[in-house]
Design a protein around this ligand. Sequence first.
Ligand SMILES: CCCCC/C=C\CC/C=C/C=C/C(=O)SCCNC(=O)CCNC(=O)[C@H](O)C(C)(C)COP(=O)(O)OP(=O)(O)OC[C@H]1O[C@@H](n2cnc3c(N)ncnc32)[C@H](O)[C@@H]1OP(=O)(O)O
Ligand SMILES: NC(=O)C1=CN([C@@H]2O[C@H](COP(=O)(O)OP(=O)(O)OC[C@H]3O[C@@H](n4cnc5c(N)ncnc54)[C@H](OP(=O)(O)O)[C@@H]3O)[C@@H](O)[C@H]2O)C=CC1
Length: 340
Amino acid sequence: VKIIIRIFDAESLSTSNALFTPCLLQLFGNGTAVLRKSDDDRAPQARFFPPLQEPMLLPGTFKNKVAFITGGGTGLGKGMTFTLSSLGAECVIASRNLDVLKATAEEISSQTGNKVHPVQCNVRDPDSVKATVDQMVNDVGLPDVVINNAAGNFISPSERLSANAWKAITDTVLNGTAYITLDIGKRLIAAQKGAAFLCITTIYADSGSGFVMPSASAKAGVEALCKSLVAEWGRYGLRFNIIQPGPIKTKGAFSRLDPTGKFEKLMIERIPVGRLGTVGEIANLAAYLCSDYASWVSGATIKIDGGEYSFMAGEFNSLSLVTKEQWDVMEAIIRQTKGS
Ligand SMILES: CCCCC/C=C\CC/C=C/C=C/C(=O)SCCNC(=O)CCNC(=O)[C@H](O)C(C)(C)COP(=O)(O)OP(=O)(O)OC[C@H]1O[C@@H](n2cnc3c(N)ncnc32)[C@H](O)[C@@H]1OP(=O)(O)O
Ligand SMILES: NC(=O)C1=CN([C@@H]2O[C@H](COP(=O)(O)OP(=O)(O)OC[C@H]3O[C@@H](n4cnc5c(N)ncnc54)[C@H](OP(=O)(O)O)[C@@H]3O)[C@@H](O)[C@H]2O)C=CC1
């Protein structure tokens, strides 16, 4: 991209990189006010990729099944709970804010006709996890589906992080997943009951990412935990899969990762499908992976990101911004070159 900018001058190219500096200036020129509520801009090609959000599996797929979802009161967790509940599951949703959980449980069960149980839980605290699982077992029994979805995250230069900031994120994401999985897993093994576990990580669990270092470290750990148990606990009837979502506009994520709303346009420019993902798209994939249609799926890690990861990884992918005329010039230069 640098070479192309030198050849054609930066002004004539509307590249993400050329936009980045003025964008950052705008971002910090607006003080501390939260500027959000930008439109969900879409690239033209997004018209080819409409998001179908309604539950895609057959009604009753989760009849007589119990699903436990951490962070089920908001965002993706709420969406997955809605889809599983629509398909017949009795859901248990767990997080710190009981009022939010109660409101979500009421909203979903009134639409689906199936019970949703709100249970307060701090996944950072093993005693709280034990109390939550005790309550679930008492109310509805052991689960058939366990979704480790609860998380904490915020953008910050790593040199600004305290030890407690690192601990807040890694305790929630990695230790929280471990406490939930160990507690429920041991009880399932003792009861000789099978179950499908799903962990929600992110596309940067593979690559790491600056400015979200604790989250990247913890999510990579969650993936190692899942993959280890695929091998070890398959013999007990337990299977484990991973979804790595790209950007989905939830309040929890975007208020902490794009606090001014200024990065959204840049993000969409690097997503080949031309739009953000939706909660319903994640929920359908989650429902499939946790259903008996996926009985033979264990150890899968599925990116659902509109192609963003591949776009960011490819050395030359920014050349998609080069115009036909610019290609004519470059091709002529390349063809004139003889020898080394
Ligand atoms: C270009 C980017 C565009 C956007 C891209 C979008 C998508 C791409 C992929 C996305 C992946 C998303 C992954 C996610 O996980 S999103 C989920 C987000 N949801 C949540 O985080 C919900 C839960 N979060 C919280 O409860 C809080 O945010 C929390 C994590 C800070 C925990 O809260 P709490 O327990 O109350 O902790 P505190 O006491 O407030 O803080 C603990 C510790 O951290 C320090 N700290 C807090 N905020 C910051 C900050 N912004 N910067 C630096 N440090 C911070 C705080 O000071 C405490 O440390 P002390 O040393 O002071 O005690
Ligand atoms: N939205 C996105 O673009 C992406 C999201 N993800 C992942 O998707 C998942 C859901 O994120 P999203 O819906 O966007 O964001 P939310 O903030 O809405 O979801 C996070 C949930 O975790 C719960 N939670 C946080 N801390 C704890 C805790 N200590 N104990 C129990 N529950 C806790 C929160 O509830 P409460 O505050 O009540 O505790 C909240 O419901 C996360 O794993 C996130 O990493 C991954 C990639 C992209």
